[in-house]
Ligand binder design. Sequence first.
Ligand code: NAD
Length: 364
Amino acid sequence: MKTYKIAVIAGDGIGPEVTGAAVEVLEKAGQLEGFGFEFTSCDAGGCAIDKYGIPLPEATLDACRASDAVLLGAVGGPKWDNVEPSLRPERALLGLRSGLGLYSNLRPAIMFKELAAASPVKNVDTMDILIVRELTGGIYFGKHGRSDSVETLSDGSVKGMTAYDTEEYSTAEITRILKEGFRYAQGRSKKLTLVDKANVLESSRLWREIASSMAPEYPDVTLDYLYVDNCSMQLIHRPSSFDVIVTSNMFGDILSDEAGMITGSIGMLPSASLGAPGTPGMYEPVHGSAPDIAGTGKANPIATILSASMLLRWSLGETAASDRIEKAVRDTLADGFRTVDIAASESDKIVDTAGMTAAVIERI
Ligand code: NAD
């Protein structure tokens, strides 16, 4: 029987609860489709600080590199809020991204019609957006620093301390993420929207030039462009008209949270971070470690279960198993099962983390 190696980083807070749920779901889907898993449990985040004094032990990175894919819960919590910045639990995420060469972040935002009442936006019937965010370049990684300036402003005041962060992108970085965008659009409804700020930013103009020069290689995909400010309005105004959005690191960070919220709850949103073909991808819910509900059974496991489904599809090529899980989640919601974060009506069957997991597994 084929066996896949998965590194599981449960992390902190609700991380162990939701990754535990996803592991059970993976095992069930694998059993039905004729393959198995070898799970390796690894430490990262606050729990690693407690054990080893650092958020990302080398052994964790090694185990991830030796795996077919990585499943991550979440890291961080108030216990570690005051540790030195270079040792914060979240540093583990940056270390994993750079250590595994993960440059593309996929964040699907799907509106399940059963959860329409939980959406803060009125009258959204359908929405199925895939945001492809560049993950390792742009303003978060460009030159930043501070300098003193004695120049004067128009009102006569002296500039003084100046801080700067630089948005910088190379042709190679833009090309590789656009390729991903075109490829995902080809596999969906063949519409790709490049979101930028090309009316102001030189880096955005380079994105546009490269995108338009690549478009003839993908004649089946319709490419359009949208300024990021307009996109943030259109996501609320006409969310169902979007398909694949490709964008820079910071714009993707902001827009994916906005699109995600339209779907109703952060507890529903999966994500994948991928690098070069053949290298292990990392799959995790969009939410954090939710220390306020850790250990109460209130954590919605669906974001992590859907992340596991993405893992099967994108890293293992096990589309039938992935389809099974997605259908099971839809059926579970259609049958009225809700964790408290997505409950909206009196007829809902309120369940805890274990109850939701059992309901999904039953429907797989
Ligand atoms: P959070 O996502 O953990 O929680 C925000 C709110 O959403 C909370 O009220 C929480 O109870 C709720 N929530 C989150 N996930 C849920 C789920 N699955 N089911 C039901 N409700 C859920 O964000 P936060 O409170 O800002 O951060 C808490 C900690 O997590 C911080 O230490 C932060 O740095 C860390 N964090 C980690 C990651 C990550 O590991 N990728 C991402 C974001 C935040």
